[in-house]
Design a protein around this ligand. Structure first.
Ligand code: SAH
Length: 343
């Protein structure tokens, strides 16, 4: 197996070139071809000598994902089923907003977190994606839509903090001026709440946005929805969040998917206010997307608005997330690892 050239940081690629008896400044040219020109083969890197192109071809793969399937929603959202080099498949979604295009990338093949309301649960966890496989999702979509993507959210399949090193490496490549050159403030990571990694991110000095999938402010309820809460209960989660905001001065976004008669009552809103009072944060309310197991039903619109208004009245900034792509199963929590076994 040849290593994927997109899995190298800029500095690592320079070192690779030195090892191949080439000049390290070639890294700049190669990065330009990979991330600006978005070429599909070494052959297209026409300002490199034929000999160097051949050497690259012999030593590395260029890590392209194969588009197995593409679905398009009436709202313009597109969902891709992408095949990896080992035939595993992942899903990636691109959404259109007024301010640009946002891609929702996967970080793992499958997920280990077992959240009860999420479609990525119940399929086997296979493996982590490496940084090259993460960044290639963006490149593949950009090649397909022929437009630049301006925002990246780690909200596809997988738990980014269960694959922390590779996700951070991918963020550096996404952010690098010679890489995709997308500002850190246009990158969001969402976690189910793996506490030690929140401290790591706080100390890593990366200006990306942190989203916490909260979904309940009550330990008993949250543990039922999200098994991760048993390992890292709400008190520890909030302590880590406070450390994060102190350290970075960045506003945390709390995700809260509203399920009828589960976490959408006035009592729940009151508990949430108590938990978040005084914090630098924002609450993103998501009408829960119903998945096949049918256990969770969407809150009524009326209730969602009531929930939001209550939070806002009490000084907690809350908005309702616009639902995109639900007609093609591309909305929050609807992504799954699709492969032949699923069919
Ligand atoms: N593992 C990470 C990122 C992936 S999920 C995390 O847990 O944050 C992206 C977001 O979708 C999370 O906030 C997740 O809790 C939410 N989600 C999962 N299933 C959902 C569903 N059925 N309806 C609405 N949101 C859901």
């Amino acid at each position: 197996m040849k290593p994927n050239i997109k899995n190298f940081s800029y500095e690592e690629l320079k070192q690779e070139l030195i090892n191949l008896n080439e000049k390290p400044f070639r890294a700049e040219q190669i990065f330009k071809w990979l991330y600006m020109e978005n070429v599909k083969s070494f052959d297209e890197m026409t300002n490199l000598s034929l000999q160097l192109r051949k050497k690259l071809e012999e030593n590395y793969s260029i890590g392209i994902h194969n588009i197995l399937k593409k679905q398009e929603s009436i709202d313009g959202t597109k969902k891709y089923l992408l095949e990896l080099w080992d035939k595993n498949a992942i899903e990636t979604v691109v959404m259109e907003y007024k301010y640009g295009k946002t891609i929702c990338v996967s970080s793992q093949v499958g997920c280990r977190m077992g959240c009860k309301f999420c479609a990525s649960t119940g399929i086997n966890f296979v493996r982590n994606l490496d940084a090259g496989e993460i960044i290639e999702q963006i490149l593949t979509v950009q090649r397909d839509i022929k437009k630049r993507i301006s925002n990246v959210v780690f909200m596809g399949i997988g738990e980014p903090f269960d694959n922390y090193e590779n996700v951070i490496k991918a963020i550096h490549l996404i952010n690098h001026p010679k890489g995709l050159n997308i500002g850190a403030r246009h990158i969001s990571i969402s976690t189910s709440g793996i506490v030690p990694k929140i401290y790591n991110l706080a100390d890593a000095n990366i200006q990306c946005t942190l989203s916490i999938s909260l979904h309940s402010s009550n330990n008993e309820k949250r543990s039922k929805l999200m098994p991760v809460n048993k390992a890292y209960p709400i008190e520890e989660l909030m302590k880590a969040c406070k450390y994060y905001t102190q350290k970075t001065n960045r506003r945390i976004s709390f995700e809260y998917a509203l399920a009828k008669n589960n976490n959408d009552n006035l009592e729940d809103a009151k508990e949430l206010v108590k938990l978040l009072k005084g914090m630098l944060c924002h609450v993103n309310l998501i009408p829960i997307n119903e998945i096949e197991n049918g256990k969770f039903k969407k809150s009524t619109n009326e209730n969602i608005i009531k929930f939001r208004d209550y939070l806002n009245e009490k000084g907690i900034v809350a908005t309702i997330r616009r639902e995109l792509g639900s007609d093609i199963d591309a909305a929050c929590g609807q992504l799954r690892r699709k492969n032949l076994e699923d069919k």
